[in-house]
Design a protein around this ligand. Structure first.
Ligand SMILES: Cc1cc2nc3c(=O)[nH]c(=O)nc-3n(C[C@H](O)[C@H](O)[C@H](O)COP(=O)(O)O)c2cc1C
Length: 368
């Protein structure tokens, strides 16, 4: 079925008409990619404490949901974490910095989940130096449960417009213990403008745009078949795809109305932001990147506990020539003392959003 563009636009504009349609209701009910989100339901169902902790760890955030982790179990109580070398983002993350931040998120979620089963974890980072495994972990069998474990299954990166509701001062004060929080109107407006400009640069730079489009999974079948990357699913987007109003080619063609629609959607997201959370580090080594990931994961679980939404927006922090000027501006604004800005995130009250796809645990174990 192909609807004309005009007709579909009017359908989308009239959401109530759409929702009232029995056919559409049936379509909507079938759009959940059950296979791709199955790992969320399997978390915590394993006997081996390492598998149990890993089943939560793989629900951690990663850039472009690339899920760069690979794990080898060793002996009765140890494991080694590797970077799966085919999972890289050479255009948007040429130094592999964000990949390592994602690894830090994975490790922290593993440690938190292990603790809730009474397991301590002794971590050795980069046990063979740079270029080798990311971490070696020994499960030690005694730990105090970390209360943040209760929020792992509800944590999200919320890529939607937030409401105008300000973040209450009491929550800002608590979050400031672990991040820089910006709520003043002038800085918030500056960061809205900066992040949208950076998004435009990423989108109009052919290499970085193609990298994002290449990891887009368009519709339920693609999402289930390859449960990583940027999932373009759900009723609204799949309706656009069915109507021929959204596909990969349009998203790489600045002259296509579909491209402009995507820009408009993003402009709305970026402008609907009442506050920002920022993590910086004095250095910029792989250890700093892992540490940033661990801090970000804890921050994201804490915002989840508070009922707040958090959305990483990394474009202005990316290290490629077209972004140099905005990278410098971001650092002038957020780290005037010369630190490196490792994470920038929108903070506020967003809508509930669904779980994102994950590869199953089995796919992430070496020699399993
Ligand atoms: C280092 C890092 C950078 C990220 N950068 C962005 C970003 O620029 N834009 C974005 O929408 N999401 C970004 N994310 C969020 C991921 O896209 C998200 O974690 C992934 O899609 C899985 O979704 P979830 O966090 O809701 O489980 C980033 C995550 C990490 C760890």
């Amino acid at each position: 079925m192909t609807l004309s563009r005009r007709k579909t636009l009017s359908l989308i504009g009239g959401g109530t008409v759409l929702a009232a349609s029995a056919t559409f209701g049936g379509f909507a009910a079938t759009r959940t990619p059950h296979d791709a989100i199955a790992p969320w339901g399997l978390a915590g169902t394993y006997e081996d404490p390492r598998l149990n902790a890993l089943s939560y760890a793989l629900l951690a955030p990663s850039p472009h949901n690339i899920q760069p982790w690979q794990v080898r179990l060793e002996g009765e109580n140890a494991l080694t974490l590797y970077h799966d070398g085919i999972r890289t983002l050479p255009h948007t993350d040429p130094d592999g910095r964000q990949i390592m931040v994602g690894m830090g998120c994975f490790l922290e979620q593993m440690v938190i989940a292990a603790s809730s089963a009474g397991q301590g974890v002794d971590l050795t980072l980069f046990p063979e130096g740079s270029g080798g495994p990311v971490a070696h972990a020994v499960f030690t069998g005694d730990a105090t449960p970390d209360p943040l474990a209760a929020h792992i299954l509800e944590r999200r990166s919320c890529k939607k417009p937030f409401s105008d509701t300000p973040v209450p001062d009491a929550l800002v004060n608590e979050l400031e213990q672990s991040a820089d929080i910006y709520t003043d109107a002038a800085t918030v407006q500056r960061l809205r403008d900066l992040s949208f400009e950076a998004f435009l640069i990423e989108t109009l730079t052919p290499g970085t745009m193609k990298e994002s489009v290449d990891v887009m999974r368009m519709g339920k079948a693609e999402i289930n078949a390859t449960p990583d990357g940027i999932d373009m699913g759900g009723t609204f987007l799949e309706t656009l795809m069915l109507a021929g109003m959204l596909n990969r080619e349009m998203l790489t063609d600045p002259d296509d109305p579909g491209f402009q629609r995507a820009i408009d959607i993003y402009a709305k997201i970026m402008s609907s932001t009442p506050a920002y959370a920022v993590l910086t580090t004095p250095g910029n080594t792989s250890l700093d990147h892992i540490d940033t990931g661990r801090r970000w994961l804890r921050l994201n679980l804490t915002t989840t506990r508070m009922g707040l939404s958090l959305h990483p927006i990394s474009q202005a922090l990316q290290e490629y020539p077209e972004m140099d000027a905005l990278y410098a501006t971001a650092h002038d604004v957020l780290a005037p003392e010369g630190h490196t800005v490792q994470m920038l995130g929108r903070l506020g009250y967003g809508p509930a959003i669904p779980r994102t796809p994950r590869w199953p645990l089995k796919a992430k174990l070496i020699d399993a």
